[in-house]
Design a protein around this ligand. Structure first.
Ligand code: NDP
Ligand code: 8X3
Length: 255
């Protein structure tokens, strides 16, 4: 049963990877979309494709999620109810150790993955509370369950996403607003290219000799969560490729 037709879904970070795959899947299920990111050309192209292929309404907002006023302006200008917020925009920047990592990398991760997600959640949950309806879905990570070498701040941001998910669910007790999180392991997207500042070789090595998850694998799980009956709230779910068993245990046999 499709419960998503004509719903309005706000997806942060829809220009690539998990966010883009989720936008495609929600549109296939006749949901209307509000898609955000910093790369306007990609937002516009995706909007045209999805409107043409699925005949849904798509609004685009190009802004940096670290800019709280821009987050507010986006939410304030949406005239439709916001039924689902997919807090997906995020990044890992570098893999520096605690004693030598780059402060700019740390700031980028904290400001995007924690503060950006919080800004959007704050503004949208206020709207959802007035509607007494909605679903907030956060993209966490296995890095929110396990710390790993060179991951101090990225892991800290994803532990924070897990705490925010749990606390938001508690704060919204007694409303019809659902709160969920998905915590993926290795997903091949632009994530590693971004983490290694454009170094394609280092990025490719992350997925060497395994079959990683795809953005669409995670989008399907997000869609499943969103499409449950209104009384069903999936709080969290950890998803690995079969070759992965923890943040750091990965079998890299030739495939
Ligand atoms: P991608 O790099 O492919 O996509 C990241 C998205 O986030 C892009 O659309 C990007 O848009 C957006 N984004 C990043 N920074 C900002 C910003 N400052 N303002 C607005 N938008 C921003 O990576 P993924 O799809 O893999 O990542 C999506 C989420 O999944 C992240 O939260 C990541 O931490 C999480 N994740 C990823 C895993 C993986 O292995 N790939 C595993 C577990 C979790 P733009 O550049 O246009 O602004
Ligand atoms: C991204 C997955 O393993 O690089 O969140 O932390 S990992």
């Amino acid at each position: 049963m499709n419960r998503l037709a004509n719903k309005w879904v706000l997806i942060t970070g829809a220009t690539s990877g998990i966010g883009k795959a989720s936008a495609t899947l929600f549109a296939q299920n006749q949901a209307n979309l509000i898609i955000t990111g910093r790369r306007d050309d990609r937002l516009k192209t995706l909007k045209e494709e999805l409107q043409l292929q699925h005949n849904t309404e798509v609004l685009t907002f190009c802004f940096d999620i670290r800019d709280r006023e821009a987050c507010k302006a986006c939410v304030d200008s949406i005239q439709h109810p916001i039924d689902i917020l997919l807090n997906n925009a995020g990044l890992a920047a570098g893999k520096g150790k605690i004693d030598d990592a780059d402060f700019a990398d740390w700031d980028a991760m904290i400001d995007t993955n924690i503060k950006g997600l919080l800004s959007m959640t704050r503004f949208v949950s206020e709207r959802m509370k007035k509607q007494n309806n909605g679903h907030i879905i956060n993209v966490g990570s296995i890095a929110g369950y396990e710390a790993y070498p060179g991951g101090s701040v990225y892991c800290a941001t994803k532990y924070a996403v897990r705490a925010i998910t749990q606390a938001a669910k508690i704060d919204l007790t007694g409303t019809n607003i659902r709160v969920s999180s998905v915590a993926p392991g290795l997903v091949e997207t632009e994530f590693s290219k971004v983490r290694f500042h454009g170094d394609e070789e280092k990025a490719a090595a992350v997925y060497e000799n395994i079959q990683p998850l795809t953005g669409m694998d995670i989008a399907e799980i997000i869609l499943f969560m969103a499409n449950r009956p209104p009384h069903v709230n999936i709080l969290d779910t950890i998803v690995f490729p079969v070759a992965q068993s923890s943040a750091t245990i990965v079998s890299r046999k030739s495939i």
